[in-house]
Structure formats: C-alpha cells, structure tokens
Design a protein around this ligand. Structure first.
Ligand SMILES: [Zn+2]
Length: 325
C-alpha cells in the first residue's frame, strides 16, 4: 500500500476519533489522567536480521544499513502525522558514517534521540569479556581497564559523538538489553548515569512467558507484565521508564512469531494501558521490525488505537513521561 494512502487513513482515523469520542466521555473520565503511549526505536543492527545467518552485526551494532535508516525515517513521519514523535536511541558508532543527515532531519522534525552507548555495551558486565562482542574479538581496545571504567567511557563517548556530529545532547539513556529488575541492584551505575547528566533511563524489561506460538497464557503473561512496567524512581533519584513487553526481538527472534501474533500482543497491551491510564513504552528495532513489518502495520495500529481513544490517551515520548513522574 503506498504511503500516501496509509497516511490519509491515519489522518481519517485521527479526525474520526476527535469527532466522536469527546462527547462520549463523562466528566469523571475526563478528570482522570490520560494513558501515555511512547514509540521508541533502538537504532542498531540486529543479529539474525535481515537473514537468520547474519551474526556479524554483533561486532558492528551501529553500522546501520540503508533499509534500517529508511524504515526509521518513514516510521517517524508516520508517527508525526498521527500527532506524536519517535524517540530513538543512538548507538554512537553510527555517527562515524559518512552521512548522518537522516538523524539531523529527525531532530529538525521534532523527534528525540537518546544515548544507547557507543558500542552497545552491557552496562552490568563484571568482566571485560562480557562487555561486548567487539571487545571480545579485539580485547586490546580495553585492556587493563576496569569494566565499570569501560562502560562509563562508552556512555560518555556516545554523548560526545552526538554533541559533536548532531549538535545535540542525548535525550535520555537506554541500556542495551533489558533487565527484569532494571538497575535496582546497581546504585553505582545509577550514580554514574546521574553524574553524566541523565535524569531518567530505560533499563527494565519485565519478565513474561514466551513461546513459539503465543497462546492465551502467554498473552495474559504479557498483559500482567504491563503493571510491572510502569515508571518509578530509584532511591538515588534516577527515574526508570521500563520498556513495555513484548519487544520485536522477543517476538521475532526469541519466539519466531508471525507479525499478526505480535500485533495482537501489542494491541492487548495498549488496551490495558488505556483502560488503566498507564504508560506504554513501545520498544522496537527498525533492523528487525522493518524486515517483518515493512508496511509499518504495527506503528499504524498503535497510532490508530491511541487516536481512537480520544481524550483517554495520547502519544508521547519518554522525556515527557519522565517530567510527569
Ligand atoms: Zn540495543
């Protein structure tokens, strides 16, 4: 389906929602807070995509291919037309590419870009060889350093690259990988990130059931995980905005799901979010979702669900969510 038709459908949905939903709300409902839905992309390459044999991305997570960049830009336009913005998280390596105009355009268009470390490092690593594939192959790059030092530098390097090449500081920090407990047990990392100027992070990914084909139990488990995926403040003052299950990687790599099953899980999760006036932090990777869902059906569905909810829900970004915590 050509973009223009899909775009106009999104607009029609927006107009229709605005026209019919407001009169249906009673005063008790309008006094309640809106559900807030953010659409976030981790801007990196993903092993097993676009072909299952592809694993070299582990060593060049930030070397985005043209398809991934195009998908990101198209998705961002689609979200903007529906009244929202895309919140992307940058792997700093991408800023070594010859052309970063697509990222500059995203910023100019009002989209937000956060820090996802320079080399996609595991921030909780206790050993040098656990930090990242690149450093396992080329350990001389980090030898004789402490893991925490390497991680601190890697976060800082991404910020420096963004400021230097894009002229903008990162808006928030997302850890590569998610942790079921967030960084609850790592106050040292919380302080490290606070010291680097981050007021909020996105590091928690609540555990839930998964399988090769989702049944009711799996869908229920994903819905139940939404309540454990709401923003909170660590004792250090750092804000956590968890990623909301299920991620595209969880569905398409770990479960090898079909697109319709993923869309159903996201639909149910957003329904729960709207009913509970909660927060939903959609997490996807254009290098993965773009392969399985090239027509952006999932993004369109999210926009449609939010717009159909009228005054009960809004598209947002994680910076705005953090300011309301
Ligand atoms: Zn990542």
């Amino acid at each position: 389906m050509p973009i223009s038709r899909r775009t106009s459908l999104c607009r029609i949905a927006t107009a229709a929602a605005a026209a019919v939903s407001v009169p249906l709300l009673n005063s008790a409902t309008t006094n309640r807070r809106k559900a807030r839905i953010a659409i976030t992309f981790d801007l990196e390459m993903s092993r097993n995509f676009p072909t299952w044999e592809q694993t070299n991305w582990d060593y060049e997570k930030g070397n985005l291919d043209d398809a991934t960049k195009r998908y990101t830009v198209t998705a961002a336009q689609r979200i903007k037309e529906a009244g929202g913005v895309l919140h992307g998280f940058v792997v700093g390596q991408v800023l070594e590419q010859a052309d970063v105009g697509w990222l500059q355009t995203l910023i100019t268009d009002g989209h937000l870009l956060g820090n996802h470390t320079y080399d996609h490092v595991r921030v909780t690593a206790k050993l040098l060889e656990e930090i990242q594939f690149r450093f396992k192959r080329a350990p001389w790059l980090i030898q004789e350093k402490e893991p925490i030092e390497v991680i601190r530098e890697n976060v800082q390097l991404c910020t420096s690259a963004m400021k230097s090449r894009l002229g903008h500081a990162p808006v928030g920090f997302r850890t590569p990988g998610g942790f079921s407990n967030g960084l609850t047990d790592r106050s040292d990392l919380q302080h490290m990130l606070l010291n680097q100027g981050f007021k909020w992070i996105s590091s928690k990914y609540a555990s839930h059931l998964n399988g090769s084909k989702p049944d009711q139990k799996i869908y229920d488990s994903i819905i139940q995980a939404q309540a454990r995926s709401q923003p909170f403040v660590y004792p250090t003052g750092l804000i956590e905005i968890p990623m909301s299950p299920i991620s595209d990687i969880g569905a398409f790599r770990n479960g090898r799901w079909k697109l319709e099953w993923f869309m159903e899980a996201i639909r149910l999760a957003i329904q729960w979010t709207i009913a509970n006036r909660a927060v939903f932090d959609f997490i996807a990777h254009p290098s993965c979702l773009g392969v399985i869902d090239p027509q952006l059906k999932t993004i369109d569905m999210i926009c449609r669900l939010v717009n159909e909810a009228g005054d009960r829900a809004e598209l947002t970004d994680l910076e705005r969510v953090s300011k309301s915590i």
